[in-house]
Design a protein around this ligand. Sequence first.
Ligand code: KG4
Ligand code: ZN
Length: 338
Amino acid sequence: MGKDIITLAFETSCDETSVAVMKGGRDVLSNIISSQVQVHQVFGGVVPEIASRHHLEQINSVAGEALAAAGVRLGQIGLIGVTQGPGLVGALLIGLATAKAFAFALGVPIVGVNHIHAHICANYIEHKGLEPPFIALTVSGGHTNLIRVRGYNDYEVLGATRDDAAGEAFDKVARVLGLEYPGGPAIDRVAEAGDPHAVSFKRPLLEKDSLDFSFSGLKTAVLNYVNTERQAGRTVNVPDVAAGFRQSVVDVLTAKTMQAADAHGGATVVMAGGVAANRLLRKSLGEACAKRGIALYYPQPLLCTDNAAMAGAAAYYRYTEKGEDGLGLDACPNMQMG
Ligand code: KG4
Ligand code: ZN
């Protein structure tokens, strides 16, 4: 198995149908992402059944586009990678069924990847010299974790959210503020014009030694504030509330990440997942890391949110260290790290 192995990778865990062609673990030959955001926007969130149907409608043409864009023939594919979980079960199954069909037809190995692992691997694509060990903050719509990455496939979860994921809180607060789905980018944009001190919310830091997160209380505090103001007939200043909420989430993520780096001697911090695209989080973590002499890495926004290139990178590192999974591979909607 050469380091230049060509991987065809599939990602369908949520509302992005994506297929990529990777060379080795770090070079993207193509990364086609067909977003369903507009389909789900009218519902204010992802409708699982509709997501599955759209994946089914899109996946063959997205795969064809990925192969054509990479300029790769089917005979050159040496490995199939596919997101196994966590995610929406119906959505995952479309990617898995398609990936297995390719693996069977081409007679090549197939590897299932953990979606959170894949988010972390997006950084290997962006930063060619980056290698473990490091501390990873993975922040998405479905997960918020602090992970000690000891090797390409060696993880220790240091902390996780006890309720809402950071992105989920962004999406729910955006909805009550009348902003479009997905809420993270919308809040990030609107907050730029707001004053983060005008309406201030508590920073949920939990117990001193804990590296866990909790965003549900903060989300409820924002919802209560907005409802109280509206019931009293006062106009809610959306940019100020968005800025106050964003500041609170970012302060908590920054403080806990620095706490993890201090406790585990992390000289390198890596950020991954959709919320890693947040402007204030990049700035805040950048400043905190610079103060401590810690190197900080994060991917470009396109590689922060869901895409198949990161699944291809994760598949490469899993396959080279652990071998193939075989066609019995099944969806694992609640898949854990480690
Ligand atoms: O990683 P991702 O594409 O999907 C999951 O694995 O969940 O992350 C999507 C999440 C959504 O909750 C979205 O609102 C959030 O990432 N997000 C952001 C930003 N861009 C995307 N949150 C805050 N600021 C952003 N700029
Ligand atoms: Zn994701």
